[in-house]
Design a protein around this ligand. Structure first.
Ligand code: CP
Length: 305
């Protein structure tokens, strides 16, 4: 049985197959409407979510399956002190596959070690968010036709942003990707990730000002400052509006530089950018349904003729 706890759990070949399946789903959705008949997905969300939980549920319903679950720790027996290990043993009796989001790094890994069903990490603390990465990879592939030979700027909270950590870990496996890491000093990527970039001879630089690098970028990946991960509200307030992408900054960018954002956004992308044809973040949310449909099928070992 396979779980998805980090993007590296899938080989490049498996990723390629998953993205090809997600693409086929996007153009032939009716072909897949019954592939999960009789199957159940449990969404175990100990932390708030709009896109991840609802796109997982939408994905399973699109495949003909059913969904059950909880959307906050307070509405589950975690509020009474039940451990993740006990919860997953019980959920294994009720569902065929589950997606878990948890504020503690490693919680989905603990669950996977006790589970009788595939466990998908739907975001664990500031650590990883592999299905967002699948969404990001599909978006880049659909927009550019390839996952090679481009410069990506990752901007905002690179310290706590789990989507950034997962995306970097995934993209370093493709050829000729250059990283520009754009953040205030306090929110730089963790040292272990810089070591990973160095160990793999990946081209990267760290900068503070977005304007200075706009002309170099093929993809700009904006992120929210993660209020829920700060220990000190004053630090959050000082940094929350450090970056605001607006029309003036977009004028500096290449005509085919796409803007991605895992969402939710707060202030970091002005709504005036939404109508720019290079703004791809709502399209990205749609791709999130297709990759999750493909992932559910693959982890359950299902296919269509
Ligand atoms: N991108 C993402 O994880 O969004 P949600 O927190 O709404 O699930």
């Amino acid at each position: 049985m396979k779980h998805l706890l980090s993007p590296q759990d899938l080989s490049i070949e498996e990723l390629s197959n998953l993205l090809a399946l997600a693409h086929d789903i996007s153009i032939n959705p009716t072909k897949y409407h019954h592939v999960c008949n009789g199957k159940k997905l449990a969404t175990l969300f100990y932390e708030p979510s709009t896109r991840t939980r609802l796109s997982f549920e939408s994905a399973m319903i699109n495949l003909g399956g059913s969904v059950l679950g909880f959307s906050s720790a307070d509405s589950s027996s975690a509020a009474k002190g039940e451990s993740v290990s006990d919860t997953i043993r019980v959920i294994s009796c009720y569902a065929d596959i589950c997606a878990m989001r948890h504020p503690k790094e490693g919680a989905p890994m603990v669950a996977a070690s006790k589970s009788r069903i595939p466990v998908i990490n739907a975001g664990d603390g500031g650590h990883q968010h592999p299905t967002q990465t699948l969404t990001d990879l599909m978006t880049i592939h659909e927009l550019r036709g390839s996952l090679e030979n481009f410069t990506i700027g990752l901007c905002g909270d690179l310290k706590f942003g789990r989507t950034v950590h997962s995306l970097i870990h995934s993209l370093i496996r493709y050829n000729n990707i250059k990283f520009i890491l754009i953040s205030p000093k306090e929110l730089r990527v963790p040292d272990y990730m810089i070591e990973t970039l160095k160990d793999n001879n990946i081209s990267y630089k760290e900068v503070e000002k977005l304007e200075d690098v706009m002309t170099e970028l093929d993809i700009l990946y904006m992120t929210r400052v993660q209020r829920e991960r700060f220990f000190n509200e004053d630090d959050y307030l000082r940094m929350k509006d450090f970056y605001i992408l607006d029309k003036a900054k977009m004028e500096l960018a290449k005509p085919d530089m796409y803007v991605l954002h895992p969402l939710p956004r707060v202030n970091e992308i002005s709504v005036e950018v939404d109508n720019d044809p290079r703004a791809a973040y709502f399209k990205q949310a749609q791709y999130g349904v297709y990759v999750r449909m493909a992932l559910i099928m693959i982890l359950l070992g299902l296919s269509v003729d």
